[in-house]
Design a protein around this ligand. Sequence first.
Ligand code: RB5
Length: 148
Amino acid sequence: MKLVIGSDHGGVDLKEEVKMVLKEFRDIEVTDVGTFGTDSVDYPDIAEKVCNAIMSGKADRGILLCGTGLGISIAANKFKGIRCAVCHDVFSAKMSRSHNDANVLAMGGRVIGFGSAGEVVRAWITTEFSGGRHARRINKISELENRK
Ligand code: RB5
């Protein structure tokens, strides 16, 4: 799996921790689009980089981190085909994959501790989409994107 990760300054420390967790998965190739320091940056710009990588096919899935996970997820969900879920617990992480086929995970560096975030990431990475009736609902989301 090709995975793209990005954060603003509020999620940059968590990004390094998440990258460490992702090293547990030999079949995951990680691309980090920044930010790379604590200087203030605007989270929509990071969301755009991650979502562009997915929409262009350069990445299969993404992880976005900001202070809360909220702003960056709101921005990500403006992009066609992106289903970004904010998850700060393992159950939500599993459901976001199983029921919602979330292709982007968002978390907040000011919300969740490193240990818990690692558990969320492991659950999110390893849970497959269930399909079936959930696929019908995902298709309806796609139809919403095409309405003017
Ligand atoms: C940046 O200070 C902060 O607003 C951002 O990281 C995020 O929490 C926004 O939703």
